[in-house]
Design a protein around this ligand. Structure first.
Ligand SMILES: Cc1cc2nc3c(=O)[nH]c(=O)nc-3n(C[C@H](O)[C@H](O)[C@H](O)COP(=O)(O)O)c2cc1C
Ligand SMILES: *[C@@H]1O[C@H](CO)[C@@H](O)[C@H](O)[C@H]1NC(C)=O
Ligand SMILES: *[C@@H]1O[C@H](CO)[C@@H](O)[C@H](O)[C@H]1NC(C)=O
Ligand SMILES: *[C@@H]1O[C@H](CO)[C@@H](O)[C@H](O)[C@H]1NC(C)=O
Ligand SMILES: *[C@@H]1O[C@H](CO)[C@@H](O)[C@H](O)[C@H]1NC(C)=O
Ligand SMILES: *[C@@H]1O[C@H](CO)[C@@H](O)[C@H](O)[C@H]1NC(C)=O
Length: 383
């Protein structure tokens, strides 16, 4: 069964009319291809974020892997999230002194200091990859002083996860709310008591998503009914907690502007990794819309973004438009098959890529990266 699963995935890639590069070929099969299904390679063999997907696909039962890998509908948005970045070529500038670029890797989010301009996006059910589940994510993220947003559907409780954080480490907590405000209040208060410094309200799934790949394994979304998510509800929640509430799932310049109007302190551009509304745009396309139609948004509110970020160069394109920090979802969940060490390695790879890619792009100071470093006319590399 598992062998079939892996073989079928490879065959699809080989025979598609225009091959969709879920895991672009960088030779990992040539070197690790003899690995038995169900075995893990050595974490030291992981040289890029996609390698963790390869490792997880070989190691995990199909059901576990599919829960993470799945997208909504025909997975068009999932694919686009991965492919969109390289539609916009990079315009490197040379002979700039970039030797201090690492000093500019640190950033602030809502005034809190972090060492990296990327963060761990909230993803449910880390136990599908490792028995210590989210504890590995918290330990690795806090050791690297990199923001971790705990999922509202984490396997471990927020109290258990918070307990393994390094001293003084800042983390945020993501929530899905219901129409029961007594229950919502308990969620807000528990996050605050556990030490979260901000709440993330995910608003991109007021309906239940069609997750076909996941349905076949019985691992679809936990969101199963229509939920009333409105600006009025946001205003009500603001009065129920002293924590700032970030909106996750903004998908248009108009809603980014509306968020400013409603006093939102930060937004996360996201189509939920292509898991909710198939056909929805990637956050890079949304960031580009904001840049063209209402660029002041990037100065008036903190804009974060996630979806399909797999390379330092992906992060740089988002940052070039004004995005402050970018989120990683699946790569982190896959890296957790190696436990804390895997998550730490994924963070280390991303740190090194963002810094070195910035240097090669000619960016001396990441705080000063701008849209001139990217050709925003789509290239024809894939056509
Ligand atoms: C397995 C999985 C579970 C997720 N669970 C949540 C969740 O509980 N709350 C949430 O706001 N987003 C959730 N997301 C969306 C992520 O926060 C993020 O937006 C997305 O994964 C980014 O795309 P990427 O996986 O391509 O990096 C989940 C994503 C995945 C892959
Ligand atoms: C993994 O690789 C490292 C470095 O090559 C080596 O020291 C270690 O023994 C290897 N671990 C396993 C389990 O093979
Ligand atoms: C964040 O870093 C800045 C600059 O290094 C420093 O002045 C400030 O005190 C730090 N803030 C916190 C909360 O640590
Ligand atoms: C697969 O997921 C289940 C939870 O549904 C978990 O108990 C099991 O340990 C996971 N398998 C692996 C290899 O992590
Ligand atoms: C944590 O913060 C407190 C108060 O600011 C400070 O005294 C302490 O040294 C910090 N601990 C670490 C490990 O940074
Ligand atoms: C709302 O949530 C509270 C706290 O969990 C619970 O006690 C109560 O029964 C819930 N109310 C309804 C109508 O479900």
């Amino acid at each position: 069964m598992r062998t079939t699963f892996v073989t079928a995935a490879l065959a699809t890639a080989a025979f598609a009319a225009r091959s969709f590069l879920d895991e672009p070929d960088t030779g990992i099969d040539d070197v690790l291809g003899d690995l038995e299904v169900g075995q893990l390679p050595n974490v030291t063999e992981m040289v890029g974020l996609n390698d963790f997907q390869w490792a997880a696909r070989h190691y995990l039962p199909g059901k576990n892997y599919t829960y993470y890998r799945n997208g909504a509908g025909g997975e068009w948005s999932y694919r686009n999230n991965l492919e969109v970045y390289n539609r916009y070529s990079l315009k490197a500038r040379v002979l700039n002194d970039i030797t201090n670029v690492e000093d500019s890797m640190s950033t602030t989010i809502l005034g809190f200091n972090f060492s990296n301009p990327f963060f761990i996006s909230p993803c449910a059910r880390a136990d599908y990859a490792h028995p210590d589940a989210e504890l590995n994510l918290m330990k690795a993220a806090s050791a690297a002083d990199t923001l971790y947003i705990i999922s509202g559907f984490a396997t471990k409780s927020i109290e258990e996860i918070a307990a393994v954080a390094a001293e003084n480490y800042t983390f945020f907590s993501q929530l899905y709310t219901t129409s029961n405000d007594t229950a919502n209040q308990i969620l807000f208060d528990r996050s605050e008591a556990a030490g979260a410094k901000a709440l993330i309200w995910s608003i991109d799934a007021p309906g239940s998503p069609s997750r076909q790949r996941a349905s076949r394994y019985g691992v679809t979304s936990a969101v199963t009914k229509l939920t009333r998510l409105t600006w009025d509800v946001y205003a009500k929640y603001q009065k129920m907690t002293t924590l700032p509430i970030i909106l996750k799932g903004i998908q248009s310049a108009a809603d980014a502007r509306a968020a400013i109007k409603h006093g939102v302190p930060a937004i996360i551009l996201s189509n939920h990794g292509g898991r909710n509304l198939d056909g929805s745009r990637s956050s890079l396309e949304v960031a580009l819309e904001i840049y063209k139609e209402d660029p002041a948004v990037f100065r008036e509110i903190e804009v974060l973004a996630d979806g399909g970020v797999r390379y330092g160069t992906d992060a740089l394109r988002l940052m070039a438009l004004g995005v402050k920090a970018v989120g990683l979802g699946r790569p982190i969940m896959f890296s957790n098959v190696f436990g804390e060490e895997g998550v730490a390695k994924a963070i280390e790879i991303m740190h090194s890529e963002v810094m070195n890619d910035a240097a090669n792009l000619g960016v001396a100071d990441l705080k000063k990266i701008n849209a001139e470093f990217v050709d925003w006319t789509p290239n024809n590399w894939y056509s």
